[in-house]
Design a protein. Structure first.
Length: 549
């Protein structure tokens, strides 16, 4: 899309008839501000949106070294970006450039307005998405500063958490950035304290946990409601689909996610076989749009909210979160997905986050530029990663333990790999050993048929082998198959944990009212479209179950 077209979408002007609808709306407050008065300060929570009736409001970026004006809103314009719906603190300060009159709409009120007035809602949502895209692509918005070494596992963890949660930030590499020592001095810290997170010239946190970082930037807050119609554990494609359909159909819905919305699909840089997107889309785009939809309809998404225990109180599910917070729900959907297994080779665990990775995203690209990299796996995720990294690395070595790519990779990906000159495919091959001092620098490979060994100098190995479901938090009442995937369906009527006379629904587990969807479910098709379908379908079964409560 041309820049001019993107700007037109990002900064539309509502006509007088559209603004007139706000006059008698209970969710809207009319206010006047004097020239120079602050409407919102950077870092504030529970952000309202401002629709300008008269005068001008300027948006100030204070995240860099010098404050700068991002945009000036005039009559018919409105403030905000997707953070207004998905959560987080204000990333900019709003100041009345002139005496002005505005309609103030709270976060909850904005959700209701988007539904009540879909024509205005479409304009607002498209603008919010376009504004975030412009900020991300401009290179002019600093956002949070993450300062640390590219070889530090903690630095990688923080960058990965922020990027997967779509938080705008700038990474300052100790090994490369020329001004990093001076900035650390101004922040009153040293290299020994890194990684650190800063906003402008203000220190925020030293090597925080994901939960500490989430609380500081405002995306993690205490859940206000304790009993929900539907609790969804996991915000991958299945969980997000359930959140959209559940909330849009009037169910009080909460989604509890341990790391970031999107699941494995959220780390894909190109999904080409998802219906309706012939040119493909990234996992981040899919997850971000699904989050906006879920928030638009009133679902509550809480990240990070790892669930550590599931118990039952009569017919209700009781979820205990890390830290002791408890959530009760009438129905529960298990959508925790699966993650790639760790390579069972010497050195793997030691180099995780400093050379061994389980996703190929822009975070990892910097360390791969102009270098040789190794990808392990023969499925679609490995193929997508190989094609993506081939644009950045000098060469990509794809290590496959089977004798052909056709066992588990889509034909279009296998053919694309064959014609990409800097991708080398090693069949019948596995990783034997990893080496390095502090961070990965070499990998030893072995051919299972010939016994031939080969050592490759590389700073990065990407592992996409097998899948291990996130089910260790489940009690014995939720039956699983020998590989720990959750069992569902009519066969569970014979389970000793099944307590009703009716047959279990298609996606229902051995406990009535508890459902499973997506990759975590035994026998599921491991595709994004299948997960979305199952998450959507589960909500219909939830309605059926609630009828009898």
């Amino acid at each position: 899309m041309a820049q001019a077209d993107l700007e037109a979408i990002a900064f539309p002007r509502l006509d007088d008839s559209s603004l007139a609808r706000f006059e008698n709306c209970p969710d809207v407050v009319f206010r006047r501000y004097a020239k120079g008065e602050t409407l919102v300060r950077t870092g504030e929570e529970d952000l309202p949106a401002f629709f300008v009736k008269a005068g001008e409001v300027e948006v100030l970026d204070e995240s860099g070294d010098v404050p700068k004006v991002l945009v000036v809103h005039g009559p018919g314009n409105f403030t905000g970006e997707i953070g207004h719906l998905t959560g987080g603190r204000a990333i900019a300060t709003l100041v009345a450039r002139t005496d002005c009159e505005v309609y103030v709409v709270s976060k909850d009120g904005l959700r209701r307005l988007l539904t009540l007035y879909p024509d205005i809602g479409d304009i607002v949502l498209q603008a919010f998405i376009a504004r975030r895209q412009m900020l991300r692509e401009s290179g002019q918005f600093t956002g949070l500063r993450v300062i640390g070494s590219r070889y530090s596992a903690d630095t990688f963890r923080m960058r990965d958490f922020l990027s997967r949660n779509r938080i705008l930030f700038t990474f300052l590499d100790l090994e490369e950035h020329p001004d990093v020592a001076e900035l650390l001095r101004q922040l009153g810290t040293t290299e020994a304290d890194t990684p650190v997170v800063a906003w402008g010239r203000k220190m925020i946190l030293r090597n925080p946990t994901d939960a500490e970082l989430a609380r500081e930037i405002g995306i993690k807050r205490p859940l206000q409601q304790t009993v929900y119609d539907l609790a969804v554990v996991g915000a991958g494609p299945a969980g997000l689909a359930a959140a959209v359909y559940g909330a849009s159909e009037g169910l009080s819905t909460v989604v509890l996610e341990r790391a970031a919305a999107g699941g494995q699909a959220g780390t894909s840089m190109r999904i080409e076989n998802y219906l309706g997107f012939p040119t493909g889309l990234t996992g981040i785009e899919l997850a971000e749009r699904a989050m906006i939809q879920a928030n638009k309809f009133g679902a509550t998404l809480s990240v990070p909210s790892p669930v550590v225990e599931l118990t039952f109180d009569n017919r209700y599910s009781v979820l205990t979160l890390e830290g002791g917070e408890r959530i009760v729900s009438k129905c529960l959907l298990i959508a925790t997905g699966a993650q790639y297994r760790r390579l069972e080779v010497e050195g793997c665990e030691r180099f995780e986050g400093s050379g061994v990775y389980y996703a190929a995203t822009p975070n990892e690209v910097a360390i791969c530029e102009g270098r040789d990299v190794v990808i392990v796996g023969g499925g679609n995720s490995a193929g997508q990663a190989a094609v993506y990294l081939a644009h950045h690395a000098r060469s990509v070595v794809l290590v496959v333990r089977r004798d052909s790519l056709d066992w588990s990779m889509s034909a279009y990906l296998a053919r694309r790999i064959e014609v990409t000159p800097n991708i080398e495919v090693l069949l019948d091959t596995t990783v034997a050993r990893m080496g390095g001092d502090g961070h990965l620098d070499s990998v030893e490979l072995v051919n299972g048929k010939t016994g031939e060994r080969r050592t490759i100098a590389t700073p990065a190995v990407f592992s996409f082998i097998g899948a291990r479901p996130h089910t260790n938090w489940l009690p014995q009442e939720i039956e699983r198959d020998p590989k720990c995937f959750v069992r569902t369906g009519s066969s569970l009527a014979e389970s000793r944990f099944w307590t009703t006379k009716r047959q279990p629904f298609l996606l229902e587990t051995s406990r009535p009212g508890v459902f499973a969807a997506g990759d975590v479910r035994s026998g599921s098709v491991k595709r994004v479209a299948s997960a979305v379908g199952e998450g959507s379908m589960a909500v219909q079964f939830v309605h059926e179950f609630l009828k009898d409560m």
